[in-house]
Design a protein around this ligand. Sequence first.
Ligand SMILES: Cc1cc2nc3c(=O)[nH]c(=O)nc-3n(C[C@H](O)[C@H](O)[C@H](O)COP(=O)(O)O)c2cc1C
Length: 139
Amino acid sequence: MEGTNITDPIPLLTHYKMGKFNLAHRVVLAPLTRMRSYNNVPQTIAVEYYSQRTSKGGLLIAEATGVSDTAQGYPNTPGIWTKEHVEAWKPIVNAVHDKGGIFFCQIWHAGRVSNSVLDQIYGCFFDDQDIAPEPNMKT
Ligand SMILES: Cc1cc2nc3c(=O)[nH]c(=O)nc-3n(C[C@H](O)[C@H](O)[C@H](O)COP(=O)(O)O)c2cc1C
């Protein structure tokens, strides 16, 4: 920021240019897994959930969103690997954009802690899968 000293505090409610995105303020919605996307399909309720948290020029990061069948670490988390998923996301994204929000999708693969049942179906994908992750996780 011009005309400021390096030790000056930066108020949260000031503009920030993040690459090509012009954020109106520095309060960001952190990604929060909700486990409400039954069978990995984002639900209509997410339109309200994300709209409520949208402000004009504010950045939202969507909950972690699976990139494949084998990416799952928790049940009922949203996916973005089928047309059905993409179509289900559209009204949610549109609602955020309609309120002037900037919406990032956080894509994930749970890697070594992905559901072990999936290994039985699809086979092991990770060289280090035989090293147990700590602590134990239950899904
Ligand atoms: C219920 C819950 C779900 C979360 N889901 C995600 C997620 O999907 N992706 C992610 O990167 N972080 C996730 N987090 C981490 C939060 O984004 C993180 O807690 C938040 O950024 C605050 O940071 P702190 O826990 O270091 O204070 C989750 C946290 C909680 C409590």
